[in-house]
Design a protein around this ligand. Structure first.
Ligand code: OVV
Length: 402
């Protein structure tokens, strides 16, 4: 007989969905990493992992850490999902594989590259506008203005009603957390928003030649019908707007608060893409996702039973000193690849190349025109159960002499 050495899991009383936590997540992230490779969160009766090694491993073991029971706190085997589950996000192989192949075919590298010119025109016009203004809100007038124009243009969504996109994404990402005040506030009066989204997922409302129409064209090749195609369009509209808006807003915040780093991007605008990667590591727009265990699984001496919710702290993994040198330093020259801000494994962000293209084009255009960005007032956070981003960011920009 051999004794198995099992230590009890460390327990934490932290509430990752409280305003206090969300306002300044980095100290509690450190606390969770330091507590151990896996921690029990007493408040919700769930498990949490915040170290890079364990988060990365769980993301790459979808047989043990499944998504089909929901990637939020709600367990779809016990509770009614907030909306019909996503065929991509809230699915496991083999069902997930068909949906994933369909969307991967639509968002091919060639197709994504083909969008660059239209993005560049829009970015150039937007940068000229804000440089003329000198002082502006880098959320409303910049980080939000760009994706809410170029992304629905690319998908082929009509102009009317586009203001619903941000509200919908905000609600969807809140719904991955508990039904707290933050969620309830974002879900108020959203019936019309949800109706508009459902309509925009229909083929008849999507412009010929757009990514949405392409989904309908590719779907039958993977044995997917029109109802399934509509759900895949919903995935684009759910995941493709707020995430990018927050990524760009966080980028301007990082540059305004690290002027030497902006100077480096301004000196060489070809660094914009790598700089954005560092932004996604340092201020990850998507902070967390859940998985659910399919079996009893041992993590560093702690056994998690089957059917348990596990909260993966992507943003904490992205600042784990066990993986990164000086993780709390924003450094556009570091090799930020290996961060899990876009996830990892079979569910890794399918739109990440599109997100990088938007960032490369917009930050690149700003870098060519602007030599310094400074805060012009207090930035304001937009609290969300899953997303980290800003509600407002007053800045002043200084154009480079021509
Ligand atoms: C990554 C993500 C977030 C929200 C919604 C979806 C995906 C979806 O597939 O609907």
């Amino acid at each position: 007989m051999s004794a198995t050495i099992t230590s009890d899991a460390p327990v934490s009383r932290l509430d990752p969905f409280s305003e206090r936590f969300l306002n300044d997540p980095y100290p509690p992230h450190r606390e969770l990493r330091d507590a151990g490779p896996v921690v029990r969160l007493e408040r919700y009766g769930i498990w949490a992992m915040a170290r890079h090694e364990q988060v990365h491993a769980a993301l790459n073991d979808p047989e043990t850490f499944r998504s089909a029971a929901g990637v939020g706190l709600a367990d779809f085997t016990k509770e009614k999902p907030f909306r019909p589950p996503s065929l991509l996000l809230e699915a496991d192989p083999p069902e997930h594989s068909r949906a994933r192949r369909t969307i991967t075919g639509v968002l091919s590298p060639k197709r994504v590259r083909s969008l660059r010119e239209a993005f560049e025109r829009e970015a150039h016009a937007l940068v000229e506008r804000v440089v003329d203004q000198g002082r502006f809100d880098a959320v409303d007038e910049f980080a939000e203005a760009f994706p809410t124009k170029v992304f629905p243009d690319a998908v082929g969504v009509p102009d009317k009603g586009r203001e619903n996109l941000m509200a919908y994404g905000n609600m969807v990402f809140n719904a991955f957390g508990p039904q707290n005040e933050i969620f309830r506030e974002s879900a108020k009066g959203q019936d019309e928003v949800r109706e508009w989204i459902a309509e925009m997922c229909l083929r008849e409302n999507l412009r010929d030649g757009g990514l949405g129409a392409d989904i309908y064209e590719h779907a039958p090749r993977h044995e997917m019908g029109p109802d399934e195609a509509a759900l895949l369009v919903r995935s684009l509209l759910s995941a493709g707007v707020d995430t990018t808006v927050h990524g760009l807003g966080n980028a301007i915040y990082c540059f305004a608060t690290h002027p030497d780093q902006w100077a480096a991007v301004h000196a060489d605008p070809s660094r914009a893409r790598a700089a954005f990667e560092e932004v996604v590591r340092f201020e990850s727009p998507v902070q967390t996702f859940f998985r659910t265990t399919t079996r009893a699984v041992e993590v560093e001496g702690v056994t998690l039973p089957e059917g348990e919710k596990v909260l993966l702290f992507l943003a904490a993994a992205n600042r784990d000193p066990r993986h990164w040198e000086e993780p709390d330093r924003f450094d556009v020259e570091r090799r930020a690849s290996g961060h899990v801000g876009f996830g990892s494994g079979i569910h890794a962000c399918v739109g990440q190349m599109l997100a990088r293209l938007e960032a490369d084009v917009l930050i690149g255009a700003l870098a060519r025109r602007v030599e310094a960005i400074e805060l012009d007032g207090e930035p304001e956070l937009k609290l969300n159960n899953t997303l980290r981003g800003l509600a407002s960011l007053p800045v002043r920009v200084h154009p480079a002499s021509a």
